[in-house]
Ligand binder design. Sequence first.
Ligand code: S3P
Length: 163
Amino acid sequence: MKNIILIGMSGTGKTTVGKNLSSKLGMEFLDTDIFIEQMEKNKIEDIFSLYGEAYFRRLESCAIDKLYEKENIIISTGGGMILSDKFIKLKEKGIAILLESSIDNIVNNIKNSTTVRPLLNNQENLYERINTLYNNRKKTYKFLADFTIFVDNKSIDLIVYEI
Ligand code: S3P
C-alpha cells in the first residue's frame, strides 16, 4: 500500500484525521511536526523563536529525506511542508490528499486548539494572516494534491470515509 500524505493549512484537521485513518486502515501514523521535534529534541515554537522560520523549513526538508525510506504509513504534514522542493520526492511513494477548508472554519479551529503555531500566534488579524498564507500556498497545494477533500461541516468519520 502507498503512503497516504495529508496536506493542507493548519487547522484543517490533518492530525486528527490521520490518527483516525490510521486506526481504521491499520497503518502506522506519523506527524511531521512531532517527527521534527523528536529529531531536534526541541519544540516547534522554540525552534522558530531560537533559529527562525528558514531553519525550520530546512528541518522539514531534512525530515522528508528520512521519511522517504518509509512505506505503508499515514503522514500528517505541517501546513508549510509543501513549500519544500523535496516534497515531490515524498509523493513518489505516496498519495497526497489535500484537506481544504474555508478560512472561517480554520480560524475557528485554531482558536479552539491548544497547539502552538508560531506563524499564527497572534489572535488578532488571524483571518487576514491565514488568508494571506493560504493565497500564497493555494497553487502549490492544488498542484501537489492527488485528491481534495472539503472538510467544512463534516465529521471526522465522514472525512475518513471519503478518503
Ligand atoms: C506551519 C504549520 C504547522 C507547523 C509550523 C508551520 C505552517 O503545522 O508545521 O507551525 O507553515 O503552516 P500544522 O499545519 O500541523 O499546524
